[in-house]
Design a protein around this ligand. Structure first.
Ligand code: COA
Ligand code: MG
Length: 233
């Protein structure tokens, strides 16, 4: 197996797409009808766009990697909500084909891997409204270790503090998405450290996560994306 087989990293900037209702309906028609309500249940167009592009990316990626005809692709969800492709012919080439999606702000992204487990999370650097940055981040303080919290609150200006907070949050979310639990209660179990944002390490329940790799990238100036990989024995 070539390492790049089954590896994909795709991102869509939905702010560039301003569909009229017929255009949106046309795009929606490409999805199986049982997925339509998961898009149309949203009231705001921005939420609908993210939900639609998320599902279109999942189908497009599965088609691109596995070459299953679109009409035969079955994407299901674990009881915790993590999507996966229901396909029994992955074989030796892609022994653990898996993918993860994230959407926030202007971006929807998807990542897939043939062997390691992947988790992905996008965060938009939204400025809190009606409260200060300090008030906003303190609401989430219990999810962070004292080391993480020190790095956040000592990051610099209040905007630097907010960005540091969002980057840590994105890494933590990518962790619970990689393991598929989706439980915010698990966020405090993982502690991230970094000498710079291209050299990230972590511990879970105090144990170094040596089988994991951590990546954090900026998407433009107002978003970041975290991608975590777990290389199981
Ligand atoms: N594990 C992994 N991936 C999951 C999942 C799970 N248990 N449940 C859903 N997903 C995938 C889905 O593909 C979903 O997109 P889709 O519904 O369009 O297919 C996608 O993850 C959503 O991820 P994201 O866009 O990053 O949303 P989120 O960060 O709000 O949600 C979850 C992440 C899925 C883990 C969510 O269940 C959760 O608990 N979020 C906590 C949110 C929160 O407290 N945010 C505060 C921010 S300041
Ligand atoms: Mg998220």
């Amino acid at each position: 197996m070539r390492m790049e087989e089954g590896v994909r990293r795709w991102v869509v900037d939905i702010s560039k797409w301003d569909p009229q209702p017929p255009d949106f309906s046309f795009a929606l028609s490409f999805l199986p009808s049982d997925h339509h309500s998961s898009v149309t249940r949203f009231v705001k167009l921005e939420d609908r766009k993210r939900a639609l592009i998320s599902r279109m990316l999942q189908y497009a990626l599965v088609f691109d990697v596995l070459r299953i005809p679109l009409s035969e692709i079955s994407i299901k969800r674990t009881p915790e909500g993590k999507p996966y492709v229901d396909y029994d012919k992955l074989g030796l080439g892609l022994p653990n084909f898996n993918f993860n999606v994230s959407h926030h702000g202007d971006y929807v992204a998807i990542a897939s891997e043939p062997v390691c487990l992947v988790g992905l999370d996008i965060v938009s650097y939204d400025i809190p409204r009606g409260e200060t940055i300090t008030e906003f981040i303190h609401f989430f303080a219990s999810y962070f270790s004292s080391l993480e919290w020190d790095n956040i609150v000592n990051a610099g200006t209040s905007y630097d503090v907010l960005i540091e907070f969002y980057r840590y949050w994105s890494l933590k979310e990518a962790y619970i998405k990689a393991i598929g639990s989706g439980l915010t209660e698990e966020l405090h179990r993982v502690e991230f450290s970094h000498t710079c944002w291209t050299n990230i390490t972590a511990k879970v329940d105090g144990t170094p996560m040596t089988e994991w790799r951590f990546f954090l990238f900026e998407l433009g100036e107002r978003h970041c994306v975290s991608s975590l990989q777990f290389w199981m024995e």
